[in-house]
Design a protein. Structure first.
Length: 186
């Protein structure tokens, strides 16, 4: 029986220090620096392949695992069905295989819905800000990644998108954007 910790922030610029407070000696750490809007995350996939029956996954808070209620429920259910426990430290919720705790399920649904709502509100405010900036003529889009040249070189060398994203700690969408630019320039 082993313990693993899943840590996630939305971008490479964000700090993971507070999430590392839950890491203890012997815990295996899996860290993503990408959006929680989907489950298509390199470290999450690695974690899900690594854990075995009897293991426990520790997560700082619910919104670090998923920002989508359906994804959150599916992850927790699938893990429990595989005999894997999960503990959310900030909310003090644990999901132990075979132990159906109705209150914990209710709290998971409510807090997961709040996390999804927060994500939707962030996206809405972002879209409004972009629209206002475009109307003023000051919107220039996202700043180019400082790792663009590295990404280009790696793509030209035939390295895969996911491998590049993981190695350079950038989102796959960043790598796909550079790839599209290379294809259009060709």
């Amino acid at each position: 029986m082993t313990n693993a910790v899943y840590i996630r922030v939305s971008s490479v610029d964000q700090n993971t220090d507070r999430q590392y407070e839950i890491v203890e000696d012997g815990f295996k750490v899996f860290e993503d620096k990408c959006s929680g809007g989907s489950t298509d995350r390199p470290a999450l996939k690695e974690l899900l392949n690594w854990v075995r029956e009897g293991d426990t996954i520790h997560v700082f808070s619910i919104d670090r695992l998923a920002r989508n209620l359906d994804d959150l429920r599916k992850l927790v259910t699938d893990l429990n069905d595989r005999g894997i426990g999960i503990k959310f430290h900030k909310e003090n919720l644990s999901f132990i295989p075979g132990a159906a705790d109705k209150m914990n399920k209710l709290m998971l649904a409510m807090l997961g819905a709040v996390a999804e709502f927060e994500r939707d509100m962030i996206r809405e405010r972002q879209a409004e800000g972009i629209a206002k900036a475009k109307a003023k003529g000051v919107y220039k889009g996202r700043k180019p990644s400082s790792k663009r040249d590295q990404i280009k070189a790696m793509l030209e060398a035939g390295k895969g998108v996911t491998a590049i994203a993981k190695e350079l700690e950038v989102g796959r969408t960043t790598v796909y954007g550079v790839k599209r630019e290379l294809e259009q320039a060709a």
